[in-house]
Design a protein around this ligand. Structure first.
Ligand code: GDP
Ligand code: MG
Length: 723
């Protein structure tokens, strides 16, 4: 053995780098990959034997016993000789499992085989792993074969060198460690295992091979291959090949010390004695090299480790921050909910004023840009009402008299027949109610409250229809008809309004609902609170407010369609006058006998025009050609057409202003106002407790985050040298 560094002298103040790593391993070993050596190799290739020799800690010879969990063996120089055994608790284990192992402590002054056997039996029990794999009790619940905790064995004494190894059960279980770029592999030279090592260390600069069982190599050729490897004549490992001889299965009575003495004798004899100058034969050479490597590795990795721990600390702190302060009494619970409601109202305010730079939620989720969605949907609705709202197309300008009706130009499309099988407004907006109902089954009730009825396709044209209505309801007085008739005609002409409007309301409710649901999710990270708040409180109120909005839309529909036609709009009578004038012009045009182009009246800038010539005798035929009934039908059509336009514009606006804007967005009882400070204040103690109290998993998570933070802070102190 080379000289022993004087780093672990008690009271030396500054901890050695190896002690620091030991400390870090306990504090943050499960969170951060620490620089370490990993031993990999085939079953029974001698890994445990090598580790035993390196640490001087003899595992029970019954190998089966200690392969159920990682075992960390730390040797440290202390004045007093002792062996302390405890269990390093995996912080991610269940509270139950943590509690069972937390207090496991055993101390020995001497390691007798009896002590060892007892120790491992007790440790297995605490870890909750089955002690034996060969006794299978089919009736018993099988215990897990492996434990997630680590058995920690500290071997202290005046002659110990600082050394820590971890023996892990099974080579594949710790694959992440194998692939950890900070590990050095100490490994027997089987081809298979070198391939595995190559995966973790492609350049093979961090892999060291350890050949075992040289005493079993009897053939000269086999011995020579091993010797060539150690001499560096074969293989491509930067760190080279080492060779050790451990105790064999028959050396049951041999102590570790005796075994090591025997090894020295073994390597001093031919053919192995040629290796003496290499410093690569024997356990003490290996131990010295491994310590050097480990120290170098740790020194190299420390700065990186520091930044990694800082990063990790920031993450854990953010997690805890996210959970908000703890909620143990009703004041804290109320404050907690209130903060959430304020956050909700702030995001909602931004969403309603299109202030989308306010919250990053909006940059990721364009579907949450609420007011934009609502305006888009409302425009789509207005278009639909204009183009397809009427049951039968009105006659066009040309049908009744030229270009007199200016206002109608804007609405010209309303004179085209409504095309059957055009997509509905929700389809036009890419909204599929049945898909939505899967995500938000609660909305099904809203969607089901109206049902898209199909129009009968074989409809007569509007004049025939008017005539039919007129005939079936005329009284004795041929020349007049009551206001009731216009009401009947209008109701029929606006039959599709109900479906279009209800569909539109459903679209808006979907946007609002989706917005509220997503925002609640984003401001309430605790899934239990979210669930309780949503299902236990908000949802009911939201549904009530959606129903109010739907009911109001139905109310507006009823008033508009079933009440008497009413309007104070001037344009209404002006419109009728214009239509009538148009008809007159049309009639006159029909009477005209000649159309002469008076080219001398044309100037360069004036459009080409026709002039109508009438003889007075022609005028006698004016209007007389039309029977009273036809005259009335036309009059009714004009009246209906004028009134329909006024009513449609009014209705679309009122739906927008009242049913959408007031009932769904800005009104006092709109769904967006439900999750507010007032709501939080109105909750009684029981409701508060129900929604906002912390349940056991949350408390545990909070505690665990607290522990993690403490450990990371402590680890950072170790890394910065202040511990
Ligand atoms: P592991 O499964 O890789 O941990 O292997 P162990 O260290 O448990 O060893 C398996 C068996 O090989 C045990 O019976 C050891 O006594 C034996 N063994 C290990 N190294 C040597 C050695 O160098 N020479 C001899 N003869 N036997 C050895
Ligand atoms: Mg083993």
């Amino acid at each position: 053995m080379g000289k022993v560094p004087k780093e672990d002298t008690p009271g030396a103040g500054n901890l050695s780098i190896l002690t620091k790593v030991d400390k870090l391993r306990e504090l943050i070993g499960t969170r951060v990959a620490l620089p370490q050596l990993v031993v990999v190799g085939d079953q029974s290739s001698g890994k445990s034997s090598v580790l035993e020799n390196l640490t001087g800690f003899g595992f029970p010879r019954d190998a089966e016993l200690c392969t159920r969990y990682a075992t960390q063996i730390t040797c440290r120089r202390e004045a007093q000789e002792s062996i302390a055994v405890s269990i390093i608790v995996n912080p991610d284990a269940t509270p139950d499992s943590r509690a069972r192992v937390k207090d496991f402590h055993r101390t020995f002054t001497e390691l007798s085989p009896e002590n060892l056997a007892k120790l491992f039996t007790e440790a297995n029990e605490a870890m909750g792993v089955s002690t034996s794999s060969w006794v299978v009790d089919l009736n018993a619940t099988p215990l897990p074969a492996f434990s997630e905790h680590i058995l920690k064995i500290e071997k202290l004494g005046p002659n110990e060198d600082h050394f820590t190894v971890i023996d892990v059960p099974g080579i594949f279980r710790q694959e992440t460690q194998v692939q950890d770029p900070r590990t050095i592999n100490v490994d027997p030279a089987t081809q298979e295992i070198l391939k595995l090592a190559k995966k973790a260390d492609p350049a093979m600069t961090r892999t060291m091979a350890v050949l075992t069982k040289p005493d079993l190599a009897i053939e000269k050729a086999t011995q020579q291959i091993a010797i060539d490897h150690v001499l560096g004549k074969r293989g491509d490992l930067t760190l080279g090949y080492y060779i050790v001889k451990n105790r064999g299965p028959d050396d049951v009575d041999m102590t570790l010390k005796q075994g090591q003495a025997e090894e020295r004798v073994f390597f001093s004899n031919a053919p192995w004695s040629v290796l003496a100058f290499t410093g690569k034969a024997g356990i003490s050479s290996l131990k010295q090299r491994v310590r050097e490597l480990l120290t170098d590795l740790i020194k190299k990795e420390f700065p990186k480790l520091k930044s990694e721990v800082s990063k990790e600390l920031a993450i854990v702190r953010a997690h805890l921050e996210e959970m908000g302060p703890s909620r143990s009494d009703q004041h804290m619970q109320r404050a907690y909910l209130n903060r959430m409601s304020e956050a909700f109202q702030a995001v909602t305010r931004d969403a309603l004023t299109a202030y989308y730079t306010g919250d990053e939620l909006f940059s990721n989720r364009h579907d949450l840009r609420l007011i934009t969605r609502v305006v888009e949907a409302s425009e789509c609705y207005a278009d639909e009402m204009l183009n397809n709202g009427h049951t039968r197309p009105f006659l066009t300008d040309k049908d009744h008299g030229g270009d007199a009706v200016d206002e109608q130009l804007e609405d010209s499309s309303s004179c085209e027949p409504a095309i059957e099988d055009t997509p509905s407004i929700s389809e036009k907006q890419g909204i599929d109610f049945s898909a939505i109902a899967q995500d938000y089954p609660e909305l099904e009730e809203i969607f089901d409250s109206w049902n898209g009825s199909k129009d009968d396709k074989n409809m007569c044209d509007i004049m025939e229809y008017i005539e039919g209505v007129y005939k079936s309801s005329r009284g004795q007085d041929l020349g007049t008809f009551g206001n009731g008739l216009l009401g009947t005609l209008f109701k029929e002409q606006s039959r599709k309004w109900e479906d279009i409007t209800m569909e539109h309301m459903s679209v808006i409710i979907y946007h609002v609902h989706c917005f509220i649901s997503e925002v609640v999710k984003s401001i309430c990270p605790d899934p239990r609170v979210q669930e309780e708040l949503w299902n236990g409180y908000l949802l009911e109120e939201l549904m009530a407010s959606y129903r109010r909005a739907m009911d109001h839309a139905k109310f507006l529909l009823r008033i508009e369609r079933e009440g008497s036609p009413l309007t104070l709009t001037h344009s209404f009578s002006q419109n009728i006058e214009k239509i009538r004038t148009g008809r007159l012009i049309n009639a006159i045009r029909e009477l005209s006998v000649e159309r002469v182009e008076y080219s001398e009246y044309e100037s360069v800038n004036q459009p080409h025009e026709n002039y109508i010539f009438l003889k007075p005798s022609h005028l006698q035929n004016l209007n007389i050609n039309k029977g009273n009934a036809k005259h009335l039908r036309e009059h009714m059509h004009d009246l209906l057409s004028s009134y329909y336009r006024v009513a449609r514009r009014r209705f679309v606006d009122v739906i927008y202003q009242q049913a959408v804007n007031h009932y769904l967005l800005f009104g006092e009882k709109s769904p967006l106002k439900i999750f507010s400070t007032e709501m939080v204040l109105s909750l009684n103690e029981d409701q508060l407790d129900m929604i906002a109290a912390e349940d056991a998993p949350v408390k545990q998570r909070r505690e665990k985050l607290g522990r993690d933070i403490d450990n990371l802070v402590e680890a950072l102190k170790v890394l910065k040298g202040s511990r």
